[in-house]
Design a protein around this ligand. Structure first.
Ligand SMILES: Nc1nc2c(c(=O)[nH]1)N[C@H]1C(S)=C(S)[C@@H](COP(=O)(O)OP(=O)(O)OC[C@H]3O[C@@H](n4cnc5c(N)ncnc54)[C@H](O)[C@@H]3O)O[C@H]1N2
Ligand code: MOO
Ligand SMILES: [Mg+2]
Length: 410
């Protein structure tokens, strides 16, 4: 078992263990928020024909090359084309057709002129300017052409992707199945959230925080509830979900206490511990085990430690298993608004509120930041990363923060 490893080593070990899960075929609209499991190539030119982008007159540039305000050219109007219809006529010398936005251009024309720049009757149209050949025409294939790779496997499906797939006539699409994430809170001090508090006990907040984090990523959480610090109970809960889950997350019981039994339980159900303890605060004692193609994350019981280690380690793995190709947080330079005096011997993540104003990022740190404090995580959207041995940081200093709502390419 590897121990006391760096953040980078931990992430590398985890990413290596996490190929995407299988794909499923779903109706188009059910794929919103999912990850595309296939490259999508264009099999029809868009637009499929040269079309008018304006309501106006389609003409031949040749006929109007001498047009001017003083000496307009008069063309005979030979047809009228609404969108969705086609003209059977070929436009000849000194002729024009009245054409609506989206309609297919008739043969012979090479320019469209908007109504506002003309004067017209039912029979004729006056043109006051010359236009180069090709002016105001949407060319066949200018949006997408047959053979173009329009969407790559690994892209997240949002509204524009749905529109593209619809354009290509795809009623069904291959997406990766949502990762299934089981969540178990260990600790004999824990009560279910509706239970009244009794002496020495606290309510299980971790399972809910983590289920919310899982849901936010579009994965499927399953809360396994709470269980005592008893190895047989922990093992039986793990076994009950090994068949269903792609990822299991436990909280509590990963440090060195007499009742910290998570690691032993992982091993006794047949999982191999990949590492225990990472050089970071909070969440140092994180333990991760592998069982077949599943990962079991043993996160610290301390609420902020569990939250932050989820964001650093579980989140990229859920995203990679979900088929995403982007799973690293966006990091930005920001101006620290209040000082941070603690000098840490460990790499440290500090919860933060970062906002953008007048073309700069600014970051505020809440007063409380210990790993057992949950309340001050509320409203935070970023993490200040403090490498071991650096600091103290003064107000006004430039720092780097991770923005938790902006994953980018690894
Ligand atoms: N002798 C040492 N003691 C500790 C060390 C150490 O290095 N040497 N490390 C400390 C650090 S750092 C952390 S982090 C914690 C990790 O503890 P565990 O993962 O073993 O978690 P527990 O002991 O079970 O609980 C810690 C804390 O969190 C509360 N908790 C647990 N589960 C929940 C839950 N579901 N919802 C809300 N709160 C929960 C629990 O009551 C404890 O207060 O170990 C230090 N000790
Ligand atoms: O590593 Mo421990 O995270 O909470 O202080
Ligand atoms: Mg403990």
């Amino acid at each position: 078992m590897r121990t006391n490893i760096t953040l980078e080593e931990a992430l590398e070990i985890l990413l290596r263990q996490s190929p995407p899960i299988e794909s499923i075929h779903v109706p188009l609209l059910e794929s919103v928020g999912g990850v595309l499991a296939e490259d999508v190539f264009c099999d029809v030119n868009m637009p499929p024909f040269d079309k008018s982008p304006l309501d106006g007159y389609a003409v031949r540039s040749e006929d109007i090359k001498n047009a001017s305000r003083d000496e307009p050219i008069i063309l005979e109007v030979v047809d009228f084309i609404p969108a969705g219809y086609m003209s059977r006529k070929k436009v000849s010398q000194n002729q024009a057709v009245r054409i609506m936005t989206g309609a297919k251009l008739p043969e012979g024309v090479d320019v469209v002129i908007r109504f506002e720049e003309t004067n017209f009757t039912d029979q004729e149209v006056k043109i006051y300017n010359a236009y180069p050949s090709g002016a105001n025409i949407s060319r066949m294939g200018e949006d997408m052409e047959v053979g173009d790779l329009v969407l790559k496997a690994g892209s997240v499906i949002d509204a524009p992707e749905i529109g593209i797939l619809a354009t290509l006539g795809k009623g069904y699409v291959h997406v990766y199945r949502k990762p299934r994430v089981a969540i178990l809170a260990t600790g004999s001090e824990l009560l279910e959230i509706q239970q009244p508090l009794t002496e020495g006990k606290i309510r299980n907040s971790n399972s809910y925080t983590i289920a919310a984090q899982v849901k936010k990523l579009g994965a499927e959480p399953l809360m396994l509830g709470i269980c005592d610090d008893d190895i047989e109970t922990i093992k039986s809960r793990l076994k009950s979900t090994l068949g269903w889950a792609d990822i299991i997350i436990t909280t509590g019981g990963v440090s060195v206490g007499d009742y910290d039994l998570a690691k032993e339980a992982f091993q006794e159900v047949g999982a191999e511990i990949l590492f225990w303890r990472v050089k970071m605060k909070p969440g140092t004692p994180i333990a991760v085990a592998k069982y077949e193609d599943k990962l079991i994350f043993g996160l610290s019981g301390n609420p902020a430690a569990a939250y932050i280690t989820f964001e650093q380690f579980v989140r990229p793995i859920i995203q990679k298993k979900a088929g995403k190709s982007t799973y690293k947080f966006m990091e930005v330079h920001s101006v620290l608004e209040n000082e941070f005096n603690k000098i840490s011997s460990q790499n440290r993540f500090v919860r933060a509120i970062t906002y953008y104003k007048d073309r700069k990022y600014y970051t505020k740190l809440p007063e409380k930041h210990s790993s057992g404090v949950l309340s001050s995580l509320a409203g935070t959207n970023s993490l200040l990363y403090i490498p071991a041995g650096t600091g103290p940081y003064k107000a006004g200093e430039e720092i780097k923060v991770q923005l938790l709502n902006h994953p980018e390419v690894l």
